[in-house]
Design a binder for this molecule. Structure first.
Ligand code: DSN
Length: 422
C-alpha cells in the first residue's frame, strides 16, 4: 500500500527518519513503562485535518466559528472518558500530563499553598514537587515515602503527621516508578482530617483502571484524577483532568483555558475520542489483565533468578530492578547494554538512591507496549532470558550481536499496529 508518498517526495530527510523509526520499533522490544503502540484508527485521526482548526473555548462556547465537528469530537471524548472512569466532569484539552498537573494546581491553590506528594526517588513524578520545576517557586511541596521498600507500603503514619503539621491543600497520590497498588481509602482519610483535596495522578495506570484491573480512586472518594492518555490507556500523546463532582470542573476548565493553555489540539482530542472508544470495548479489559499478568510473570522470572526488585514484585504494569544489588553495575550500563541487543528500557533512581540521576542504581521495566504486540507469559520468559543473557555477556560484543539477531527474529513475529512496509 503506498503511504507517506507526499512526505517521501517532498522531504526525504524526515521520511528517512520515519522509516528508520519504523524499523527500530518493529525490530526492537519496547520496555519503557510509559510507552505503547496506538491503533491504526487512532493514528489516522491524529494525522487528520482537525489539525487545521482553532477552537479556543469549550463545546458550545467557542471563540471562533465553524465548530460543529470539533464540538462533536470533543463531546465524544468527554462523554467516553466520563463513562470509562465514572467521572462527573472531564477536561480533555491538556496538551500533556505535566500541563494537566500545572493547570490542576492553579485551579485548586493560591500561591504559597502546600501540596503533599510522593518523593521522586520513591516513585513520584517531577511535577509532584521536584525542585527543578518552576511550580516549586509558586507552591510549597512536602513529600511522603514508602515505609518499607521491601513491600512498597507507604508510610501512612508519617504521612498523617506531616499532613497535620503542614496542612496541605492537596494530597497528591500517583507515581511514575512505583509498582504497587495504593490504599486510596487511607489517603482519603488523612486528607479529610486536614481538609485537603485528594488528587490522583493516574497517568501510568489509567488504562489499568479503565480496564477494571486496578481500583478507581473515585470509588474511595478521591476528588480529582489527572492523567496522560498515551501510556496504558493507549491513546494519543496528551493529557486530561477528571473530577468526581461536576461543580469542581468549572475551576478546572477555567484554569486549562484561558488560564494556562491557548487553542486545544483538536486532532489529538479527536484521537482521544477514538482511543476512549477502544478502551470502552470489552477486549480492553483483556488487554489490561494481560499487561498485569505479563508484568507479574516477568517479575517472578527475574526474582526466581536472584534479581532484586524494589518491593519484591509488582501489582501493576511495571517493575523496578536494583541493578547494583543484582549485578553490581549501575542502571545506565544496563540501559546501554540492552540497547545493543534491541531492548529498550530506562535507567531509574531507586528509593533514596545514593547514585546520580544520570547513572542511578536501577532500571524500570514495563509491559504495556509488548502486550499490545500480543506477547504473553511464554514470551516474558524469552525476554527475561535475553535480558539476563545480555547482562551476563555485556563485555562480549560477539555474544551481544548474536542475542541482537535473535531479538530481531523474535520481534518480527509480533507486528506493531500502524507500521507499514513499502
Ligand atoms: N516520562 C514519563 C515516564 O516515563 O514515566 C512520565 O512523565
Amino acid at each position: 500500500m503506498p503511504i507517506y508518498t507526499s512526505l517521501k517526495k517532498q522531504d526525504p530527510d524526515v521520511y528517512n527518519a520515519l522509516i528508520g523509526e519504523m524499523s527500530r520499533q518493529t525490530d526492537g522490544v519496547e520496555l519503557i513503562a510509559s510507552e505503547n503502540y496506538i491503533s491504526p484508527a487512532v493514528l489516522e485521526i491524529m494525522g487528520s485535518i482537525f489539525n487545521n482548526k482553532y477552537s479556543e473555548g469549550y463545546p458550545g462556547r467557542r471563540y471562533y466559528g465553524g465548530q460543529q465537528y470539533t464540538d462533536a469530537v470533543e463531546n465524544l471524548a468527554i462523554e467516553r472518558a466520563k463513562k470509562l472512569f465514572n467521572a462527573g466532569h472531564v477536561n480533555v484539552q491538556p496538551h500533556a500530563g505535566a500541563p494537566a498537573n500545572v493547570a490542576m494546581y492553579f485551579a485548586l491553590l493560591n500561591p504559597g499553598d502546600t501540596v503533599m506528594g510522593m518523593d521522586l526517588s520513591h516513585g513520584g513524578h517531577l511535577t509532584h514537587g521536584s525542585p527543578v520545576t518552576y511550580i516549586t517557586k509558586i507552591f510549597k511541596f512536602v513529600t511522603y515515602k514508602m515505609k518499607d521498600v521491601e513491600t512498597g507500603e507507604l508510610d501512612y503514619e508519617l504521612m498523617r503527621e506531616t499532613a497535620l503539621k503542614e496542612r496541605p491543600k492537596i494530597l497528591l497520590a500517583g507515581f511514575s516508578a512505583y509498582p504497587r497498588e495504593l490504599n486510596y481509602a487511607r489517603l482519603k482519610a488523612i486528607a479529610e482530617e486536614v481538609g485537603a483535596i485528594t488528587v490522583m495522578d493516574m497517568a501510568h495506570i489509567a488504562g489499568l483502571i479503565a480496564g477494571k484491573q486496578l481500583r478507581n480512586p473515585f470509588d474511595d472518594g478521591f476528588d480529582i484524577l489527572t492523567t496522560t492518555t498515551h501510556k496504558t490507556l493507549r491513546g494519543p500523546r496528551g493529557g486530561m483532568i477528571l473530577c468526581r463532582d461536576p461543580e469542581a470542573g468549572k475551576r478546572i476548565d477555567k484554569s486549562v483555558f484561558p488560564g494556562f493553555q491557548g487553542g486545544p489540539i483538536m486532532q489529538m482530542i479527536a484521537a482521544k475520542a477514538v482511543a476512549f472508544g477502544e478502551a470502552l470495548k470489552p477486549e480492553f479489559k483483556d488487554y489490561a489483565r494481560q499487561i498485569i499478568s505479563n508484568s507479574k510473570h516477568l517479575a517472578k522470572f527475574f526474582m526466581d533468578r536472584k534479581v532484586k526488585l524494589i518491593t519484591n514484585g509488582t501489582d501493576n504494569h511495571m517493575m523496578i530492578i536494583d541493578c547494583v544489588k543484582s549485578w553490581n553495575i549501575g542502571g545506565h550500563e544496563v540501559e546501554v547494554v540492552l540497547d545493543k541487543v534491541g531492548i529498550t528500557l530506562n535507567k531509574n533512581m531507586l528509593p533514596d538512591d545514593p547514585r546520580k540521576p544520570a547513572d542511578p542504581s536501577g532500571v524500570r521495566i514495563g509491559t504495556p507496549a509488548i502486550t499490545t504486540r500480543g506477547m504473553k507469559e511464554a514470551e516474558m520468559e524469552k525476554l527475561g532470558a535475553y535480558i539476563l543473557g545480555a547482562i551476563e555477556k555485556r563485555n562480549d560484543e560477539k555474544a551481544l550481536a548474536g542475542i541482537h539477531a535473535e531479538v530481531i527474529k523474535f520481534c518480527r513475529s509480533f507486528p506493531i499496529p500502524g507500521v507499514v512496509k513499502e
